[in-house]
Write a protein that binds this ligand. Structure first.
Ligand code: TMP
Length: 322
């Protein structure tokens, strides 16, 4: 197989049978601090592959589309070929790592609700935090891609956090990567393992790569512990998340909007003389029985054109919100 990409701890090979598939191989290497600290830990490759297989299969069962196809030998998995978006998506439930350094927050502070952050994947810049707006302006992703990734990241957080809580572990934070297939679908890609996740027990002890980042802890033992615990969980008992999205429909620019004009007159009468134009539209709140997928989004856009809005007079916008 031809090597098409070599990362810090993984190799990606072009599959020989299908041009739309790749084989991802996990090595025993471990790095931290943008490659400043390096090591090799016997058995880590198999464990990271085991954990990724576990998580990606579990999330697929919960309706999240991933690149995982099937496990091959001990350190390899077959995946759909995607173009990885140059953004890392981090979800945080509890303050740790770079979040504490950036904001001077005490490690272990619980956030009032999950926070999604985006980082630019660029080693030479040390993967800086990037705002959604900057990512869109720099054309790293479309506005709809950003909203999509955020929605999926929050679903993943729900499903992983509940699973860990079954075995008295806290999901502190984790990092995801997404990729686009040839036909434009966005899939959850890359790995989810002890390298990309922070998990603590009730005493705040880590079972993840922080053991290597912060010292000489035995990460193979920690990853094996995680796997053992996860294998005792009951994924079927995890509660379903209420997946919701909004579709807003507004009159197109230049189209007369009588309800807006009436409202404008009323606002002025009530004293808001600054109101220069008011346009009234509508919002549909749509609850889904499963996490959003590229197909659902496409369907919704088509239906929206046919059903929810009048495409001649109105413009619509699909928003995903949690
Ligand atoms: P951070 O606190 O260092 O920003 O990390 C947040 C989460 O993202 C943590 O679970 C570790 C993971 N992560 C990666 O998987 N790869 C990376 O390159 C970085 C910086 C973090």
């Amino acid at each position: 197989m031809k090597l098409i990409h070599e990362g810090k701890v993984k190799k990606v090979f072009q599959d020989t049978q299908s041009k739309n598939q790749v084989v991802i191989e996990f090595t025993d290497d471990v790095t931290a601090g943008n490659g400043k600290k390096k090591g090799t830990i016997s058995g880590k490759g198999v464990l990271s592959c085991d954990l990724s297989e576990f998580f990606l299969k579990y999330l697929a069962k919960k309706g999240i589309q991933t690149h995982f196809i099937r496990r091959l030998e001990s350190t390899q998995m077959r995946c759909k070929k995607v173009e990885i978006l140059p953004l890392e998506v981090v979800v945080r439930n509890v303050a740790a790592g770079s979040f504490c350094k950036r904001y001077g927050i005490k490690k272990g502070t619980k956030l009032s609700s999950p926070l999604v952050e985006f980082f630019l994947k660029e080693d030479s810049l040390h993967d800086p935090l990037i705002t959604e707006e900057a990512a869109i302006r720099l054309e790293l992703a479309l506005e709809s891609d950003m909203a999509f990734m955020k929605a999926i990241a929050l679903s993943v957080n729900h499903y992983l956090a509940e699973l860990f809580s079954q075995v008295n572990l806290t999901l502190v934070d984790f990092k995801l990567e997404f990729g686009k297939t040839e036909d434009g679908a966005i899939l959850l890609a890359d790995e989810i393992s002890g390298d990309t996740i922070r998990v603590w027990n009730k005493k705040g002890e880590s079972y993840d790569k922080d053991l290597f980042r912060e010292g000489e802890g035995d990460i193979a033992k920690a990853y094996a512990f995680l796997l053992k615990k996860l294998n005792t969980t009951k994924p079927e008992n995890v509660t379903k998340r209420d997946e919701m999205m909004y579709v807003s429909v507004m009159p197109k620019d230049g189209i007369k909007n009588p309800p807006g004009e009436v409202t404008k007159k009323a606002l002025i009468r009530l004293g808001l003389s600054e109101a220069s134009e008011v346009r009234m539209g509508k919002i549909f709140e749509i609850h889904l029985s499963q996490p959003i997928t590229s197909d659902i989004l496409k369907q919704l856009t088509l239906m929206n054109l046919k059903l929810l809005s009048n495409p001649i007079a109105e413009k619509h916008r699909v928003r995903m919100e949690m």
